[in-house]
Design a protein around this ligand. Structure first.
Ligand code: SF4
Ligand code: SF4
Length: 104
């Protein structure tokens, strides 16, 4: 059997009732989207331009999903990228336009 993608061979070998679950697992591992946001950790939903950021903390305070934590200078770190829904609140309210989406 020739394996074209990581995990595909294992999915084919599984009984039908386990196939869907196994496919989802392969998707998760390969970083593909399966309806919901599925960041792998190697991807980041946002880019923050720290040289423009003045550590006003607006983005940290307004994010409804607590994606950010402040670093020791008060600038935002994307600590929980998997929670980001791309709602746009942070980049629309940043007074210095220091946040951009990597998805929109
Ligand atoms: S886009 Fe929304 S959910 Fe994502 S970090 Fe910004 S405010 Fe939080
Ligand atoms: S809202 Fe903008 S300037 Fe303020 S802390 Fe966040 S990224 Fe920095």
């Amino acid at each position: 059997m020739t394996e074209t993608k990581t995990g595909e061979a294992e999915v084919k070998d599984k009984p039908p009732e386990e196939k869907q679950e196994a496919k989802e697992e392969v998707k998760k591992e390969s970083g593909q989207k399966s309806g919901k946001k599925n960041y792998t950790g190697s991807q980041n939903p946002l880019t923050i331009f720290y040289h423009w950021c003045k550590a006003c903390n607006i983005c940290i305070a307004l994010c409804p999903h607590d994606v950010f934590i402040p670093d020791r200078d008060g600038k935002p770190i994307v600590e929980y990228p998997e929670k980001c829904t791309q709602c746009a609140i942070c980049w629309l309210h940043c007074p210095d336009l220091a946040i951009v989406s990597n998805e929109k």
